[in-house]
Write a protein that binds this ligand. Structure first.
Ligand SMILES: [Zn+2]
Length: 266
């Protein structure tokens, strides 16, 4: 993997014949009490109700050697805090034409991953969009978002192991939300896993992957998924790319005793 350019909001890379971007949609400050130990108690025990942790919101664009462009997750649009919904401006900075993207691959149906289909001022971000890939168990959550009703005909459910036309492969990563999936990519030079919400607070969850997040629907399952993903990424040298991995949102993992060290790209 070679880094082509790096700014606060954009990391542009190449790997083999592929081009890959990590793009910032912004950030959101959330209650630190959402961090949970294995007994579902706030972690650390000294946390105060008013403490906040800052979560990055990252999206990724992958362009295959034959020129197919996929956006993986699309941020929050105008659905959440005004500190989010920056994807359109950041794509412009990166020189990515929104009309070049015909597929959006969602890791799950939470606001900060799908609502950016609409810009904060209510326009469709991707004018030529013709497919929204989403885990089949996440479809229900997407359909519940009435502000995204116009996109329903574009939904294309994916299952674990599905090989997608773009060269990505869907990988079930259960626990955080119904139908939570990642997208794996082998470029011939590197392997990547775009893993959505496996990690929310990198400063704590690599050192102790048993620490969970209050919005993980099924914390024990999310914990097992996180441990498996980090173990495999460390042993295989996989680049992990996550919505909430801070900036630049992509890096590698080294194992150390029973914990992990995150090494951000760039
Ligand atoms: Zn998220």
């Amino acid at each position: 993997m070679k880094i082509v350019s790096h700014s606060a909001g954009v990391l542009a890379m190449t790997s083999g014949e592929w081009r890959i971007w990590s793009l910032s949609d912004g950030h959101v400050d959330m209650e630190a009490t959402l961090l949970r130990d294995a007994g579902d108690n706030p972690f650390p025990a000294t946390v105060k109700a008013e403490d906040r942790v800052r979560l990055s919101v990252n999206c990724f664009v992958v362009v295959s050697p034959d020129g197919q462009s996929v956006l993986i997750d699309c941020g929050a649009g105008g659905s959440w805090e005004p500190t989010m919904g920056k994807l359109g401006a950041v794509m412009e900075e990166a020189g990515i034409d929104p009309a070049s993207i015909t597929t959006m691959a969602a890791t799950h149906a939470h606001e900060d991953h799908v609502s950016g289909l609409l810009t904060p001022d209510g326009r469709a971000l991707l004018p030529k969009l013709d497919a929204i890939l989403i885990g089949e168990d996440a479809v229900k959550g997407f359909l519940a978002k009435t502000h995204l009703a116009t996109f329903r005909p574009l939904l294309k459910p994916v299952r674990d192991g599905d090989r997608l036309e773009s060269g990505l492969q869907a990988v079930a990563l259960p626990g955080h939300a119904p139908g939570h999936v990642g997208y794996a990519l082998r470029t011939g030079e590197d392997q990547f896993l775009f893993f959505g919400d496996v990690v929310h607070v990198p400063a704590l969850q690599f050192a102790d992957p048993t620490i969970s997040w209050g919005y993980d629907d099924d914390q024990p399952t999310a914990r097992i998924t996180r441990l498996n993903v980090l173990r495999q990424a460390a042993s295989q040298g996989t680049w992990i790319a996550g919505a909430h991995l801070g900036r630049p949102g992509i890096g590698r993992v080294a194992s150390k005793d029973s914990s992990y060290i995150y090494e951000p790209a760039g």
